[in-house]
Each structure stands twice: as C-alpha cells, then as structure tokens.
Design a protein around this ligand. Structure first.
Ligand code: IPM
Ligand code: MN
Length: 355
C-alpha cells in the first residue's frame, strides 16, 4: 500500500514562508525518491491575517489540525502586532490544544560549522534537550491587580502537575534509552530556590529512574547548566527540564550548534499530532530578501519525516544538509551564506536525491 501523509503547512510571518518553501522542496524531493506521498494543506495564520480580520486561529482550524499526520510551521511574530498576541494565539495555542507536551531540541554541531566555543567540535557538541511544553510559567496562571497604579501587583505562577511532570520525564527516559549514546539523563532545575516545583520534578525523576536502571541520572541547577553547556558541552547526552528553563537553555544550545540558521525543534504529542519548526523566529528585517538560511527549516523537515516513520528519507535530508555545510556555505548567517535562500534549498534537494 502507498504511504501517504497529510501535512498542515503554516508558513507564518517574516521569513517563515521563504524557509518553508525550501523545506517543502526538500520534502517533495525525498518523498518522490522514497516512494511516499505528501498531501500538503496550507494555512495562512499569522500577522497578515490577524491584521486584516482580527483572527489568530479559528476553532475550526484547530479541529482540522488535529486530524493531520504532522504540522510544519515557519515562524510566528511580527513587529506590527503587539508581542504575545500571535505567539499565544497561534503557536502556544496549537502546542496546548493539541497537547504537544514535549519540545524536542537536538543540539548537534555538524562538521564544518563554526561554534563560538573554542576547542570544541562535533565530537563534543551532540546532545538533546527535552523541554516540557504545556505547563510551567507558560500555562498562563496569574494576573494583574490594580493595574497602572502605584499599588500594582503582577503574579505569574508556574504550574507543575504530577501528570505533566511524569509524562515528560518518562518520555525523556525512554528517549535517552532509545538514543543509546551515553545513556545519561540530566535533570535541569533549581531545587535550591524553587523548592516546590522542582521538589516534584526531582521526586518523580528519582522514582522513574528505578524503572530505567540502564539510564544514568544526573542533576544540575539551570544556572550551572548554562555554564557547563559552554565549558563542557560533552558532558551532556539528554537534558530534561521545565518549559521556561527549556526555552532559555535551548537558545544557548542553538548558538553553540552554529546559530539560528541551523536550529530546529519538534513539538511532540506522542499520542497525537506533532508540529515541527525552525526555532529562529520570523527575522522581519530579512523577510522577502531571499537571504535567510533555510537549513533550520530543512532540519525541522528532517525531524518531521523521521517522526512519520520515514527513516530513510530523514537520513537523506540529514546527509544532504551535512554535505552542503561541509563544502559550500561561507557562514550560516542571513546574507552571509554566499548563496541565496533558494540556492541553499536547491542544493539540499539535489544532494538528498543522490545519496
Ligand atoms: C520558542 C519560542 C516561543 C517560546 C515563543 C515564540 C512564544 O521562543 O519556541 O522557543 O517561548 O516557546
Ligand atoms: Mn524560545
């Protein structure tokens, strides 16, 4: 029987449409050669639609997205829209409503890519951050009292449920076991100050570790992790953490793997639909110029086909990216690649079919 996947494509704002176009090019190239079909359904959610209609994400679309095999997202965010509206209304809403409770971010330095860390190379920089993706400070608990007065109070609480923490940690243990690298899982927290939230995380972590005797466990405070990710990135295999800390340390991770031009992430609902995205944002100043690096979006596409079970296609994409990185680009930064967005996409698509 023919393998066929229904994929929602949300190019979004800024440079999103340009990088997604290249990702789709690569997706089509590998699906042709590996013999599976992709049915792409485009959605125009983003700033333009919001400014025209006042709508971020209609409920009916959410129901459609739930029926997809995957979602491929470019970027959300626009200088003409107040920060938070599109991010919360589209990106976070999809993550929450479709219960994508894992945010998976590989931090992998490919050969030929420059890292700002002196003396470290691909051997040392190869780990994965698993970020809880539906709770913590992102849950939106809190409020403002007496707004705009000298007596104003702003409260923003971090929500950590037993169920939410446990499913994230369990995923991390399973992932670490399957990845079979060092089989070492590091919990990143702040048990010395956030003594309620991370008490729960730590207790469940210890409890679950009994079920995974083959996985070594370790703990580090988030501030120390920031230091060690720079000083000794080779110490890490898989890091698991809450939503807010995960957001912060994965930007640090993106920089040590070569920057936003290459960093990709997956929002995973292991029992439902998952969404794949480059993590660099909409980069409005480069929009429409054909200079943005599409490799992060292409790496997100690689994660997507892998997740769909098309491992051979995923390997083709990764190999093609590695080849382009080894011999071609002058830099991963927008406007400094020595090639246009489109040319980089063409090269990856071509290599991917020749492997
Ligand atoms: C990310 C982004 C989002 C987040 C923003 C755009 C809401 O920074 O995916 O890391 O904070 O999760
Ligand atoms: Mn972020």
């Amino acid at each position: 029987m023919h393998r066929s996947y229904k994929i929602a494509v949300i190019p979004g704002d800024g440079t999103g449409p340009e990088v997604i176009r290249e990702g789709v090019k690569v997706l089509k190239a590998v699906s042709d050669i590996e013999g599976f079909k992709v049915d792409l359904i485009y959605y125009d959610f983003g700033a333009e639609r919001y400014l025209k209609t006042g709508e971020t994400l209609p409920d009916s679309a959410l129901e459609e997205l739930r029926q997809m095999d995957a979602i491929y997202l470019g970027a959300i965010g626009h200088p003409a829209v107040k920060p938070g509206i599109l991010e919360k209304g589209i990106l976070l809403r999809i993550r929450f409503e479709l219960d994508m409770y894992i945010n998976l971010r590989p931090i992998k330095l490919y050969p030929g890519v420059e890292t700002p860390i002196k003396g470290k190379g691909p051997e040392e920089i190869d780990f994965v951050v698993i970020r809880e993706n539906t709770e913590g400070f992102y849950a939106g608990a809190g409020g403002i009292l007496r707004r705009g007065t000298p007596d104003e109070v702003a409260i923003q609480e971090s929500i950590n449920t037993r169920k939410g923490v446990e499913r994230c940690l369990r995923y991390a243990f399973e992932f670490c076991r399957r990845r079979a690298k060092d089989k070492k899982l590091t919990l990143c927290g702040k048990t010395n100050v956030l003594t309620y939230a991370f008490d729960l995380w730590e207790r469940v972590f210890k409890e679950l570790s009994g079920e995974y005797p083959d996985v070594k466990t370790d703990y580090a405070h988030v501030d120390a992790i920031c230091m060690w990710m720079v000083k000794n990135p080779e110490w890490f295999d898989v890091i698991v953490t809450d939503n807010m800390f995960g957001d912060i340390i994965t930007d640090l991770g993106a920089i040590i793997q070569g920057g936003m031009g290459i960093a990709a992430g997956a929002n995973i609902n292991p029992e439902g639909t998952s969404m794949f995205e480059p993590i660099g944002g909409s980069a409005p100043k480069y929009a429409g110029k054909n200079v943005i690096n599409p490799l992060a979006a292409i790496c997100a596409c690689q994660m997507m086909v892998d997740h769909l079970g098309e491992a051979a296609a995923a390997r083709r994409v990764e190999e093609a990216v590695i080849r382009v990185l080894e011999g071609h680009l002058k830099s991963l930064s927008a406007g400094q690649m020595g090639y246009s967005t489109e040319e980089v996409g063409d090269m990856v698509a071509e290599y991917a079919t020749k492997i």
